[in-house]
Write a protein that binds this ligand. Sequence first.
Ligand code: ADP
Ligand code: ADP
Ligand code: MG
Length: 524
Amino acid sequence: MFKKVLVANRGEIACRIIRTLKEMGITAVAVYSDADADAEHVAMADEAYNIGPAPAKESYLNTDKILAVMNDHGVEAVHPGYGFLSENVEFRKACLELGVEFIGPEERHILEFGLKHMARDLAESAGVPLVPGTPLLNSLEEALEAAEHIGYPVMLKSTAGGGGIGMRICNESDELEAHYDTIKRLGKNYFKDEGVFLEKYIRTSRHIEVQVFGNGKGEVVVLGERDCSVQRRNQKVIEETPAPNISEETRAALHAAAKALTEKVAYRSAGTVEFIYDTETEQFYFLEVNTRLQVEHGITEEVFGVDLVRWMVELAAGEDPTPGKFDLKPSGCAMEFRVYAEDPGKEYQPSSGIITKAEFPEGIRVDKWVETGAEVSAYYDPLLAKVIVTGSTRDETVARSVDVLSNTAICGFETNIQLMRQVLEDETFRRGEVFTGLLNTFDYRADTIEVVVPGTQTTVQDVPGRIGYWGIGVPPSGPMDMLSFRIANRLVGNAENAAALEMTMSGGVIGLTVMPLWRWPAVT
Ligand code: ADP
Ligand code: ADP
Ligand code: MG
């Protein structure tokens, strides 16, 4: 087994990997950017090295710096987590040249599945059903012709895309014309590949994916499926396993399809085969393969009682963890709630700042990197924590989740915790009738107000305020105008001593997320 492993990542996934490395008695080495000097993964690691300025390009994607750290400090293997360098074959190659093991799949797996149009070819040859679509397109004319053939709506996709970026629904030919060059350019800029193709857009769809782990010798362990339909901007927000409301036949067919595809390429390490499931026809179709540890791997670990990071490390060290694991059965249900630093009331605009309070319930698994006092910068992904709730049935898990999210709080800026808490009350969600469009039409009611302009001397006061401490040198506080303050409270049906905002004549501007901006009348 390795003695020293470097984690080439940050945030919750770096913390999660370091946890397993420490459990395995392996020295965990962290790398960090200037923005992360005080981050949790740095504190948790046995050794930590600065690899440059905050922008990811200059630090977490700076392969020279990371390779130098590995070379200088006797690192034997590297776990890339997800994102950043996890699917970068150049980095993988450079590690091996340095004598550092790459904890993940083979280069050919990353390459073959890395481009969606190639993955589709592979899936087809393994007998896995595909969404009707095209190979790579050579021109807009070709795209328009193919779209007529497939039938609108279609999804225009960048072959190298990921994280919900690089795809556009086109309802008619005008839209395809309008988006064709944009998506090509986006693919080129973000993913260094301008290849695009079309897929039929499945309107009433669910996202269901299968977790696999291959031993690299042609055998693959299937670890159930996850429903990840609750999404915003084609990116997952709530995931659960097992997938609710599908027949046992469909479940078995999904597993068999994922197994056939990954065994065909003798897949090695952890991977995920993603499918889109049409709720009207009850057919499923191949979407893509993610050749890495997936963000939502934790719920699978909970119901199967396994540690996928440990398996990945063991396999990379030459110890096959798969014998005896081919018939593992899941027990109960697990749900994951992704806590994002973003404002669901403002089209999920990212938020950042200092966390003035971070509160998570005891006794459940939370993969996180934030504590009270942590600084969330705008440089990285807005994922702060993954709250994982388990139960013996789906109903029990939902009921527990209500409790758990009610007792989860991040203060200092907006997050999506309230949104997820409200989704749990949604009847469609409760019935397990999830679909990818659920959040698009969801009626989110924010229980926050936004201070757009604070004005001069806008304060929170109550009646009679703070009195009786002059003796120890603390001056009294309270409303400037006791009478207006109490009348204002009475007008809105509050107790007259309820806390209220007191503003002077040049009072501030307050925005309610659910309403247009309005001007708060000055009270005094
Ligand atoms: P990414 O690489 O960004 O994860 P995917 O191909 O996995 O891209 O798609 C992400 C999400 O976009 C899916 O979970 C689904 O919600 C939606 N999507 C993708 N393809 C289709 C399609 N053909 N029809 C309907 N929705 C789709
Ligand atoms: P202090 O600093 O006097 O102990 P607080 O901490 O309660 O007072 O409030 C901070 C600041 O808020 C005060 O210095 C004062 O400028 C302002 N403030 C306090 N009470 C009021 C009030 N009733 N109306 C307007 N401004 C107030
Ligand atoms: Mg995907």
